[in-house]
Design a protein around this ligand. Structure first.
Ligand code: PHE
Length: 363
């Protein structure tokens, strides 16, 4: 018998040409195989019919018939099943009215899930909404005016060095900070004059910075930014600090979370502060993740600078002091890191999707 034989069955049981047909038919009717598998098993290069041809003389001997008769039988079986399998497959594919394609197999396939960061973004957004803020979506591709000039960072100003920028052309860039959303909201709302309603706006979006990466820095990361404005002088640092504390204790589900602030310069706020959380990796003692400082910087905050108000509505001129506002912006990936004890921000956008890492950390 031919050594290429792949289908081991008892040839001695084959008594007539009908038995050959039975064998092929049993595969064709099998419920465990789909159409492509049947086609492969019956008509494929190592399929049944080829096997019969490979063992032609052997079968001819068993059946005790003429060579030419066996040839006719095998060719008939072959064309019959070529037709059957071809027809069935074409039938389903040509049926354009049917949007469900039954020829696509769905077996043992992994069902995808949301990226852990997306899951966390929904949580922080819900927290902001629960605090009375409404979400403003804002594009990632912005102008120099939105990202810098309107928020008090004029052209050539050295403060621009704080944000290594991906420039698209002379006017456009990938936003380096969510603060780029402030001008459009302020000009839209301030121009309402007497109809002005207090602003409680936030956005969570990706920002991009053209800088070296390390355990706490990525070129692409989420920021959550809030803007809170009143048509009076009531907004102050106490409200700001309480708000920051609320956001952290809600997100980290821990009202005792240690938050530290210190004065910092951001051109669009006055005064400005930097906000840091105690490093959970070392409990504040100092380690590699926090550069031995015991604290991990989360972002900046402060009271809205008068130039930001004036750039949003020129007509304000001397009236800008009728308004007061606060803003804060946090590197959201860092909050996710801290909450889930992940010690390298680059895991989130690594090409190696370390599924276990996410399974064990982000819930
Ligand atoms: N935009 C600042 C940054 O990206 C953070 C910030 C937001 C600071 C709002 C003050 C007020 O670093």
């Amino acid at each position: 018998m031919n050594s290429k034989n792949k289908n081991i069955f008892d040839y001695s049981k084959i008594k007539s040409a009908k038995d050959l047909e039975e064998i092929v038919s049993s595969i064709f009717c099998s419920e465990d195989l789909d159409k492509e598998q049947k086609k492969y098993k019956i008509l494929g290069r190592n399929g049944l019919i080829q096997e019969f041809f490979d063992n032609f003389s052997y079968i001819q001997n068993i059946l005790n018939i003429e060579r030419s008769d066996l040839g006719i039988i095998l060719n008939r079986i072959k064309s019959e099943y070529t037709e059957k399998l071809k027809d069935e497959i074409q039938d389903t594919r040509n049926n354009t009215n049917n949007t469900f394609d039954p020829t696509l197999e769905y077996k043992n396939q992994l069902i995808g899930g949301k990226h852990p960061l997306s899951v966390e973004v929904s949580k922080i957004n819900e927290i902001m909404i629960s605090l009375g803020f409404s979400e403003e979506e804002y594009p990632t591709l912005v102008t120099d005016f939105e990202n810098f000039e309107s928020i008090n960072i004029p052209k050539e100003h050295p403060a621009r060095d704080m944000w290594d920028t991906f420039w698209i052309d002379e006017k456009h860039l990938l936003k380096t900070q969510t603060t780029a959303f402030q001008n459009s909201i302020l000009s839209r709302e301030l121009k309402k004059g007497n109809d002005f309603k207090p602003i409680r706006a936030f956005t969570t979006d990706v920002c991009l910075r053209n800088e070296a990466t390390d355990t706490r820095h990525e070129i692409c990361f989420y920021q959550t930014e809030a803007l809170y404005v009143e048509h009076n002088n009531s907004v102050n640092m106490v409200i700001l600090l309480n708000l920051i504390r609320s956001v952290f204790s809600l997100y980290f589900d821990n009202s005792n979370i240690k938050v530290k602030t210190r004065p910092a310069f951001f051109p669009f706020v006055e005064p400005g502060i930097e906000v840091a959380c105690e490093c959970i990796f070392c409990g504040g003692k100092g380690c590699n993740t926090c550069s031995q400082s015991g604290w991990i910087e989360m972002g900046g905050a402060g009271l809205v600078h008068r130039n930001v108000f004036m750039n949003a509505d020129e007509s304000l001129k001397d009236k800008y002091s009728e308004y007061s506002g606060l803003a804060f912006g946090f590197g959201f990936d860092r909050m996710v890191l801290l909450k889930n004890k992940i010690n390298d921000i680059r895991y989130f956008r690594n090409k190696d999707i370390n599924i276990d890492l996410f399974k064990n950390t982000v819930k």
